[in-house]
Design a protein around this ligand. Structure first.
Ligand code: C2E
Ligand code: MG
Length: 598
């Protein structure tokens, strides 16, 4: 607040006297007004009267003010010409400046009225201090500016946040959340206009290897370059997003016909033909791509993405570097998968899992020398399901730990029960999943089960597939060694089905290999299969491990295997996997005499 404010209410000692042509009571009227008033001689523009309010406001006294030109004091901007008398204008609520005695200029609101008294012209000016309003205005506009800045800042922050929340910082592409929102919107539009749209799901082939060999920085660069290439390959309006490590999705709207999708996916796959330049180094990579169409392959974003993802997996299965369009069969498979995985959670507690046992035979005596426990699911609606239908689901959902433990316990308890019933003592063989073996507590779990069921370790065998064995060699070797130390035999299942087997076999503590079905079944017709089966038997012998031929279905296969000195056999030819009570009967009575004469 300026000095005039402080001066409020301070009356100057000396008062103006009005010119004689004013009535005596005029001064009282002018003093009673709550604002400043000045009377000016219209001919010479001299101030002839100022009321006390004006004196206080201006900091002047009657002495300093009387006879002064109003141009200098009350209207300094208008020096030289009076708007009223010289220019014939009116002044009404006009914003002007008042020059105070201390030299300060303060804002005022001024209204001027002409006044003629006894033929003499005067100007009567009302002067209202406008400082407070002006200050308020300034404060208001400053506040306004602040508010605007505040809003701008918030908007910028929100945009930044949105950018972070909806964009992938590595590639600058939209992320999963953005893509799903865009897809929802696109589906709604497509639904209204009965249009088709396509969702493409891409995964880079072998990206992990590149990441591991070239380093993460190069891996990141490759992802960023892939993003650029994808954006450059598709149409302008298509949305390319990165939704996972090396997973990208593309939304293509207004698809005229399903064949059009093929043209797009072919173009994308072909765009990976040329090398990527990563820090001056040429890097080649391919992509596997799955496509799903709205409305054919789904009606909501999640379903379409899921189906495009499954089609992408199909493309991987088919050998990578290609695209696959989702089919009805794939959708059916996904539906079945969902159904089964939902029910599998309850299967154990509802006692829907059972074990069947397939006998293993000695080729000389035809005696049962072992039994492989194979799990089945008695599904309340779908009937008896083979393990291939649900073990992969159990592995994906983590249920394999509970199921696997149940299988080992049930097989051990059953074997002990057979022994207690006086049946010949044979080892029972249990198939393992890698996830079980990699669990640090697995060996203790086996110890606990053996203790609980009372089965001696030598009557339990564990089977691992080669792919399992090759997964994490060090952990596997440790666990296998610990199990073997207890007297549990270890067998490698499906031996020969994977190519790198020999290299690993030398390093693994195992007791037995199970020659994979295809070699055994191809022995009759294919000399190469026969040669391989023979070589495996020979190699096992030299390495001091046992070998069992599996999948035997014919008498001729038996003869060929016997000729190759294979001593252990398993297959439908002898017996399919049987319920426990049927296997007990077989154990008690032996195989039919017809085998011995064959
Ligand atoms: P596997 O360990 O190779 O088991 C042998 C499979 O071949 C069994 O199929 C059996 O029924 C079948 N088989 C046996 N002899 C013949 C034959 O002469 N001809 C033909 N064509 N097939 C024959 P199953 O029971 O469907 O089991 C499939 C696979 O599921 C098993 O292959 C095993 O890897 C897995 N599996 C079974 N039970 C379990 C389990 O409790 N845990 C785990 N992790 N996997 C299991
Ligand atoms: Mg097996």
């Amino acid at each position: 607040m300026h000095a005039a404010g402080k001066a409020k209410g301070v009356f100057s000692m000396k008062q103006f006297a009005l010119p004689p042509n004013f009535a005596a009571s005029s001064a009282d009227i002018l003093e009673a007004l709550g604002f400043g008033v000045a009377i000016i001689d219209a001919d010479n523009h001299q101030i002839v009267y100022a009321n006390n309010t004006l004196l206080n406001l201006s900091g002047q006294t009657p002495d300093t003010l009387l006879g002064q030109s109003c141009h200098q004091l009350l209207c300094p901007a208008q020096q030289g010409a009076c708007p009223i008398s010289d220019l014939g204008r009116t002044i009404d609520n006009s914003e002007r400046l008042l020059l105070r005695a201390d030299g300060q200029k303060i804002p005022i609101i001024k209204t001027v009225l002409p006044l003629t008294l006894a033929g003499k012209k005067y100007l009567m000016e009302s002067i209202i201090d406008n400082t407070t309003r002006k200050e308020m205005c300034d404060l208001l506009s400053a506040a306004n500016e602040n508010l605007k800045r505040e809003i701008d800042n918030r908007r910028q922050a929100e945009e930044q946040l949105q950018g972070l929340a909806y964009h992938d910082t590595l590639t600058g592409l939209p992320n999963r959340a953005f893509f799903l929102a865009a897809l929802d919107h696109a589906i709604a539009v497509a639904e209204r206009s009965a249009a088709m749209l396509a969702i493409l799901f891409l995964d880079l082939d072998g990206f992990k290897t590149i990441n591991d060999t070239l380093g993460h920085a190069s891996g990141d660069k490759l992802l960023a370059e892939t993003a650029k290439r994808l954006v450059a390959t598709v149409r302008k309006g298509d949305i390319v997003a990165r939704i996972g490590g090396d997973e990208f999705v593309i939304l293509c709207e207004s698809i005229a016909h399903p064949e059009a999708v093929k043209a797009i996916t072919d173009k994308i796959v072909a765009s990976f033909d040329s090398a990527f330049n990563i820090n001056g180094q040429e890097v080649f990579i391919t992509t596997s791509l799955g496509a799903a169409l709205y409305p054919t392959n789904g009606h909501c974003a999640e379903e379409l993405l899921q189906n495009a993802d499954s089609a992408m997996y199909k493309a991987k299965e088919l050998g990578r570097n290609q695209s696959v369009l989702c089919t009805q069969q794939m959708q059916q498979d996904i539906y079945e998968y969902m159904q089964l995985s939902n029910h599998l959670y309850r299967a154990l507690e509802r006692h829907e899992l059972i074990l069947h046992y397939q006998p293993q035979i000695h080729s000389d005596s035809y005696k049962i020398i072992g039994a492989e426990a194979l799990v089945r699911w008695k599904h309340p609606v779908l009937g008896l399901l083979p393990p291939g239908k649900f073990i992969p689901i159990a592995e994906k959902t983590g249920l394999i730990h509970a199921i696997g433990e149940w299988v080992v316990r049930t097989a051990c308890r059953q074997n002990k029960a057979w022994q207690d019933a006086g049946l010949p003592k044979i080892p029972v063989t249990v198939n393992l999943s890698i996830l079980q073996l990699n669990k640090p507590s697995f060996v203790q779990q086996i110890d606990a089960i053996l203790a609980e069921t009372g089965l001696e370790a030598q009557y339990l065998e564990l089977e691992l597939t080669e792919s399992i064995v090759m997964h994490d060699l060090l952990t596997t070797v440790k666990a296998l060694a610990a199990l073997r130390k207890r007297g549990i035999a270890i067998a490698v299942d499906d031996f020969g089905a994977e190519h790198a087997s020999l290299q690993y076999l030398t390093q693994l503590p195992i007791d037995k290999i199970k020659i994979a079905k295809p070699f055994v079944q191809g022995m009759e017709a294919n000399k190469k299969d026969a040669a391989i089966a023979n070589a495996m038997l020979e190699m096992a012998k030299k390495m001091g491990v046992r070998a069992i031929a599996t999948g035997i279905e014919t008498q001729q296969q038996v003869s060929l295997l016997k000729h190759a000195q294979c001593q252990e056999m398993q297959g439908f030819y002898f017996s399919k996997p049987l319920p426990a009570e049927d296997l007990a009967r077989l154990l008690a009575n032996g195989l039919s005499a017809s085998f011995e004469t064959a």
